[in-house]
Design a protein around this ligand. Structure first.
Ligand code: GTP
Ligand code: SPV
Ligand code: MN
Length: 596
């Protein structure tokens, strides 16, 4: 099938033709999302070694892929926002003049598909045809990208029926080229709805529907159109009365969104009848509904989850999601039974294996890791045992609370509530977290990551904060989500986690929901409201977490926070006149509170 047969949209036809002329593919294939086409592409990828077919009894329709060793994570240093004016990219993004960027990228892309096939992927972010969804087209020369996009998004030529002759669609051009680090660029052109990614074959750099579109381009669209694109999971908590309350939570990359979104309640909660439903694990698109509340959809159709640390105990739902139709990237390959393994899966690493680099690996004796710390699984959402019945709801789910959080060994308490919407925006804006393997660079260094959007905001972060404040002004305070901050990662002086985390995080979410409903008191501190230690349910974990330990991780240390305000001031100073007055005001209130 050719694209002219499925759409008459001139903006689509012109753009595709133009790009074909640029990159000069030997062949052009339109992807329609059909099973026959997917099967044929899988077979082709296996014949060239691009993918390995895994044990079809244990892991039906599952495959393994290894990327180049220099291409294993997002590359923030080579990611650019190419707005016409530098000021609109803001102080936290790399900026390149669009004219210069197009020229440079076209020079790299020119003729790069020679001897290769161009795959045209039409897809929808969000349920096809939903008022909250958007259409994209990605051109790629990678079968791995096609097969991942077929899991992560709704790939279908039906999107052309929805699109009609509209120009409101996102252009994405991906060229593997030679996977040359020196020429790797991930460029977003928010004013042109365009993404160009060259010289990478890894996840967030090349699955253009995900971070590039659903966050960087979409955050800009949301700013212009009055909605929000956020790096947030969406989960529903069903109480014993069968009422379901929804929470959106923003944590930086590899800081626990997938784990929280699919958590299994602790025994005592299960007995009472609590359930947790996963709507999404990474990205939320949020808009005000007719009833004045905020509604969120998950624009994705699958999970691109961190493999290491995922196991039967920490996240059984994620593990179950990977048992069929999944692509594993950069994990270890167990040759004995043709399955996969990663650090933290179990205590029984394979002896006869191949590591993520493709070298022979004995997990019992090797000092090296079998799987890359940022190895991932791409699993269809429908596989998830706790997938919310609302997952396909085109109108999304109503949000009761926004939760921000990060990795802070000290400082941030287990949970606190902001005083009101604007104070909540301040709480999100001052987030900081220890860096992880999800991006190239040092791991474990505390850096500011406002709303977990530092690498993903497609415009000036100061304008983004103002957008948050402006959204708040349109909401009736009774209907606005309440805003909280959590920290599952407080450590003792000898480096041990003080909070068990994972399923036990529901204990904290229960307090959050109770606060939203005015059912529980709190203690006012300089930073906001903190629980009374008696109000966090410790039933069943009393041996692990004493009431005193709980008190210590709920504690707000004024001296540490005073130190912290200096870092906030320094960070805010970068924004000049784009820093919202309201946030300056919030910072001055915090300083006053700490001096009291
Ligand atoms: P991205 O997909 O990169 O956006 O990440 P994510 O936020 O979905 O992170 P994910 O849930 O995959 O968690 C990443 C790491 O955090 C894993 O190694 C988990 O084991 C660890 N983790 C998640 N939740 C907790 C928790 O409650 N406590 C502790 N100590 N570790 C956690
Ligand atoms: C993240 O890094 O936040 C991810 C993985 O969710 S990636 O899609 O590679 O960006
Ligand atoms: Mn993410």
């Amino acid at each position: 099938m050719v694209i002219e047969n499925v759409t008459k949209n001139q903006s689509v036809l012109d753009w595709v033709k133009d790009k074909i002329e640029l990159v000069q593919p030997d062949k052009v294939v339109l992807i329609d999302g059909s099973q026959e086409q997917i099967d044929a592409l899988r077979a082709e990828a296996c014949s060239t070694g691009e993918m390995i077919k895994l044990n079809q009894e244990k892991l039906p329709d599952c495959y393994l892929h290894r990327t180049a060793v220099n291409d294993v994570a997002r590359v923030e240093g080579r990611t650019f926002i190419c707005s016409r004016e530098e000021k609109n990219a803001g102080p936290t993004n790399n900026w390149m003049d669009p004219e210069k960027a197009y020229k440079m990228l076209y020079d790299i892309a020119r003729n790069s598909y020679k001897g290769r096939t161009m795959y045209i992927i039409p897809y929808s972010m969000g349920p096809i045809g939903s008022p909250l969804s958007k259409v994209g087209i990605e051109l790629t020369d990678s079968i791995y990208v096609v097969l991942n996009m077929c899991i992560m998004t709704r790939v279908s030529t039906k999107v052309f029926d929805v699109l009609g002759d509209s120009n409101d669609w996102v252009r994405g051009l991906h060229c593997k080229c030679e996977i040359n680090e020196e020429k790797r660029y991930i460029c977003q052109f928010p004013e042109d709805n365009t993404i160009i990614s060259v010289n990478s074959g890894y996840g967030g750099n090349v699955l253009l529907g995900k971070k590039c579109f659903a966050l960087r381009i979409a955050s800009y669209q949301g700013w212009k159109e009055g909605w929000q694109a956020e790096h947030m999971l969406i989960l529903g908590i069903e109480n014993p009365q069968h009422e379901v309350k929804y929470i959106c939570a923003a944590f930086p990359s590899a800081c626990g969104k997938t784990n929280l979104a699919m958590l299994i309640p602790p025994e005592t909660y299960l007995k009472k009848g609590y359930k947790v439903w996963c709507v999404g694990d990474d990205i939320s698109w949020i808009r005000k509904g007719a009833d004045g509340r905020l509604y969120a959809i998950n624009p994705e159709n699958g999970f691109f989850g961190v493999a290491p640390g995922t196991n039967e105990k920490s996240n059984p739902n994620a593990l179950a999601s990977t048992k069929k139709g999944t692509i594993f990237t950069n994990v270890a390959h167990n040759l004995d039974d043709n399955t996969v393994w990663w650090e933290g899966l179990d205590k029984n690493p394979p002896t006869n294996a191949v590591d993520w680099k493709g070298n022979p690996w004995n997990g019992q004796t090797s000092e090296e890791k079998g799987a890359h710390p940022n190895s991932r699984f791409t699993a269809p959402a429908v596989n998830c045992p706790c997938l919310s019945p609302e997952f396909e709801n085109p109108n999304g789910v109503p949000i009761s609370a926004f939760v921000f959080g990060g990795r802070r060994a000290k400082l941030a308490p287990l949970v606190y509530q902001s005083r009101d919407w604007n104070n909540g925006v301040f709480v999100g804006s001052i987030m900081a977290s220890e860096t992880t393997a999800a991006a190239a660079g040092a791991v474990g260094v505390v850096r500011r990551d406002p709303m977990a959007m530092l690498p993903f905001c497609g415009y000036n972060m100061g304008d983004y904060w103002q957008h948050w404040i402006d959204i708040g002004k349109t909401l009736d305070p009774d209907k606005a989500p309440k805003i909280f901050n959590v920290n599952w990662f407080r450590k003792s002086d000898d480096g041990k986690f003080l909070w068990p985390g994972f399923g036990d995080n529901l204990r904290v979410l229960e307090w959050i929901i109770d606060r939203c409903e005015g059912k529980v008191d709190a203690v006012e501190t300089p930073i906001g409201y903190v629980p009374n230690a008696e109000d966090i349910n410790l039933e069943g974990i009393e041996d692990e977490v004493s009431r005193d330990t709980l008190k210590s991780i709920l504690n707000v240390d004024k001296d540490l926070w005073k130190e912290e305000t200096k870092g906030i001031e320094e960070f805010y100073a970068k924004f000049g006149d784009t820093l919202p007055e309201e946030l300056k005001h919030q910072l001055s209130i915090l300083k006053e509170n700490l001096d009291k």
